[in-house]
Structures are given as C-alpha cells and as structure tokens.
Design a binder for this molecule. Structure first.
Ligand code: EPU
Length: 420
C-alpha cells in the first residue's frame, strides 16, 4: 500500500503558520557536521524525510546522532571514512555534500551518484573541478567518484556558474585544507551564509559568504558549538502563494522577509494584499489578480524552487503570464499535471505560457518532484472536487507536516492508503 494526499478544494484558509528551519540549509549543514572534531548541536531541524536519510548516512559512518524534537546532536568521536552506500546516496541530491566534507576531513571519498528531484540534467562538474583545483585526483578503479589527495592546498577557483552545490562543496573541502582558498563567482544564497556561519562557530575562517567572493583560510581543528538553522524561504514562499490562492487571512511567521523580496514584489505586482512585518508576513484575501512575467535567477532573483507553485497561482490571474526558468530549463512537469485540472499552459524550451484565469477541477495528479508537489497542493486547494496527489514521498522530502499545517488553517486535506 502507498499513501496519496487528497484535498477537497474551495475551503478558505485562516490562521497562522510557523515556518521550519530551511531544508536546503539543513541538508548541507548535516554533512558539514562531519568536519567537526567534537560534538555539535543543530537547532530548528525540520521534520522531513531528507533529514532521516542524512541521519542514517551519519550513523553508517559511525557518527552518534541524537534527535530530540527539532534538535539534532552529533558526536563524531568514533567516526570512520566509508563509502556512502548507493541505496542511501541516491535518495537525495544533498548526499553529494559528503564528498566535500569527507574529502576535507580524510583526504579521500568514494561515492556513487547522488539522487534527488529530476529537473533535467544536473551535472556536478563544477564540484569536481573545485576538488581538483584543491589537489584531489580521481582513482580509476571505481564506477562513481573515488577522489583522493595527499594534501589539499588552498587556491583560487573561479566558478563558470554560481552553483549553490559547488560553492558549498568547495567550502567544505577547503575548510581544513592548508592555506587560503578563494571562490570567485560564488553563489550568494542565504543557505550558503548559514553553512559558513556554522563552520565559523566551529572555528573555521571563512569570509565573504553572501557575496560573490568567498575566502576560506584552512584550519586543523573544529570544535563544539550550537547552531540554529535559518527559516526556510522556500517553505515560507510556498505558504505565501497558498495564502494568496486560497486564504482569507493567513500570517506566515518565522520568516526573514528580505529572503523573500523577489517573491513578495511579484505578489504585490499581481495585486496580492500583503503586510510585511519584522519576522512575519500577513496575506489577506485578494481578488482580481493580474498576470505577471517571471524569470528565475540565482539569489536574490526569483527562486526556481518557487516557480512551480507560482505557476498554479498564475492560472488564477487575469491575462497571459510568461514563466522562464533559467536555472532548470526542464523544470516544467507540473504544467502537464495542471493542464489535467483545466489550466491552459503551453511550454516551449525553457518557458511556460499561462493563459488565465481558468477554473481548476479536481483530478488525479502526480507530484513528479518536490516543488511540483507544492504546485499540486496549491491547485488542490482551489479546485472544485477532491484532488488526489500521488508520489507524495517527494513532498515529504521537503515540507514538514504540510497536510497537518493546512488542516489547522481550515483546509480539507488528508492521507489515504492506495493499492500500488
Ligand atoms: N550546474 C552545473 N554544474 C555543476 C553544478 C550545477 O552545470 O557542477 C548547473 C545545474 O545543472 C543547474 C544550475 O547549475 O542548471 C544550478 O545548480 P545549483 O548547483 O545551483 O543547484 P543545486 O545545488 O543542485 C540547489 C537546491 C535546489 C535549488 C538550486 C537552485 C539543494 C539540495 N538543492 O541545487 O533545490 O533549486 O540549488 O537554487 O540545496 C529544491 O529544493 O526543490 C531544489 C531542487
């Protein structure tokens, strides 16, 4: 038996939502923990299945893990360097962060390909290029990545593209390298700043996180600390979109509004009634939404991860919207699912055109990836009838208790067993 999520649409939402710690920070922070030489505590860890898999990988490596509520404590004292099993590595994208942290700690890693959402090709050539610049070599004996180095030596690395994953992975490998590493054209996402803040609390010497040039001066030892994870800007953005689509008055709490500027300015342009406070945002029922064009960009541009749920909202706006995804040109599987529900979406190369408004009607749809799942939830909440969402394990990888949270706001949403 597998589970599906069912949503009876057209119930207005009211109340408050508290945003969890950021998934895409957490999935890098946990692999970063293995660089520590003493116990470390992370606070605000979201209750998502990606965290369970990362904890399993840590335990496999001999790290003691204690999870109490949203607190995640590790003790690396008895850790060993082993090949991360393929069955675990392939469950999520972020398993690739163990490449940087294990190479940094032990000067050797052996790992097969990471998994994660299929959003078109997701190469890791820039990560490997960074490791090689630091002095790592490939061993030819292994079907996957077997990298080793007698010594990792700081150097200047210019990224061809400001990749989030490559920036973090190079930081992890360089933290215990000798000398100074400079990453030029580094990614500037808030999750990168969070990883550097954790490492600096542990005794690393990293400067420039959040700018396009990051400087890492290698250290030998990393000590204990307690670190609280930043709020999830993508989870917050998803709830803002949900509230704009189906809310009467919804307050999204525990947010850093600046991280959401590119989304909130688009919502205002559409005519959504928003009140932005110091660490929360109130969304009030908004009528006569207007079409807008969106182009995803690296931070602080419009986040590709919000492009999919935003597409659903745009099916309710007046006019024609054009959506371009410059980060993942193939991230448009949600458009086929939305068309099943009555949307009028066409796609071409890296673009979708939304002709709207179109009322949505319930259908059987699939969460083809995590943020497609979010797009389907927004759709289910505004459609007439009962929508059934399949492959919900994608949703559970990134949204903690989304069904319970929405039910607390007045949505009719539940899980049901379904024969395979
Ligand atoms: N790229 C390369 N070579 C590389 C690395 C990236 O060509 O070596 C390309 C990718 O193919 C893609 C673009 O660069 O076209 C962006 O990739 P990036 O490395 O920045 O993304 P990522 O690290 O693989 C993270 C998030 C994604 C999020 C992107 C962009 C995690 C685990 N994943 O992926 O999150 O979309 O940054 O912000 O942090 C999600 O949460 O749903 C998700 C997919």
């Amino acid at each position: 038996m597998k589970k599906v999520i069912k949503i009876e649409g057209k119930h207005k939402l009211n109340g408050k939502v508290k945003i969890n710690g950021a998934k895409n920070a957490t999935v890098a922070l946990i692999p970063a923990l293995v660089l520590a030489d003493e116990p470390v505590v992370l606070q605000g860890v979201p209750n998502i299945s990606d965290v369970d898999v990362l904890a399993e990988i840590l335990r496999y490596l001999g790290v003691e893990v204690t999870i109490t509520g949203d607190e995640f404590k590790i003790d690396p004292t008895n850790m060993e360097n082993k090949e991360v099993p393929q069955g675990l590595a392939s469950k999520l994208r972020a398993s690739y962060y163990f490449m940087g942290s294990l190479l940094g700690k032990y000067r050797e890693i052996k790992m097969k390909m990471p998994g994660g959402c299929y959003l078109g090709p997701r190469p890791i050539n820039l990560h490997i290029k960074g490791f090689e610049f630091l002095g790592a070599k490939h061993a030819a004996d292994f079907d996957g990545y077997h990298l080793y180095a007698d010594e990792l030596v700081g150097t200047k690395i210019n990224l061809d593209f400001a990749s989030v994953g490559a920036t973090i992975n190079i930081i992890l490998a360089a933290t215990k390298a000798s000398g100074i590493t400079i990453i030029e054209n580094a990614a500037k996402e808030p999750e990168i700043i969070d990883v550097c803040n954790l490492l600096n609390k542990m005794g690393a010497k990293i400067k420039g996180a959040g700018t396009n040039e990051i400087t890492i001066t290698g250290v030998d030892y990393l000590h204990s600390c307690i670190h609280e994870i930043i709020p999830d800007r993508i989870e917050a953005g998803t709830y803002l979109i949900i509230a704009a689509a189906a809310g009467e008055e919804v307050e999204i709490e525990n947010v850093i509004p600046q991280h959401l500027d590119s989304l909130t300015s688009k919502l205002v342009e559409m005519g959504v009634d928003l009140e932005i406070l110091e660490d929360s945002i109130i969304v009030r029922e908004s009528k006569d939404l207007k079409a807008v064009d969106i182009q995803t960009q690296v931070y602080p541009g419009f986040a590709t991860d919000l492009q999919q749920p935003m597409t659903t909202l745009l099916t309710q706006a007046q006019g024609v919207s054009k959506i371009i995804d410059t980060i993942y040109p193939e991230r448009f599987k949600h458009t086929y699912e939305l068309n099943k529900m009555g949307a009028n979406l066409t796609t071409a190369s890296n673009m979708a055109i939304v002709e709207a408004p179109t009322p949505l009607r319930a259908s059987q749809v699939e969460a083809t990836d995590l943020r497609c799942g979010a797009a389907m939830i927004v759709a289910g909440l505004i459609a007439t009838g009962v929508t059934e969402i399949d492959n919900i394990y994608h949703i559970d990888r990134g949204y903690a208790n989304i069904d319970k949270t929405l039910a607390s706001l007045g949505a009719k949403i539940w899980r049901e067993d379904k024969a395979e």
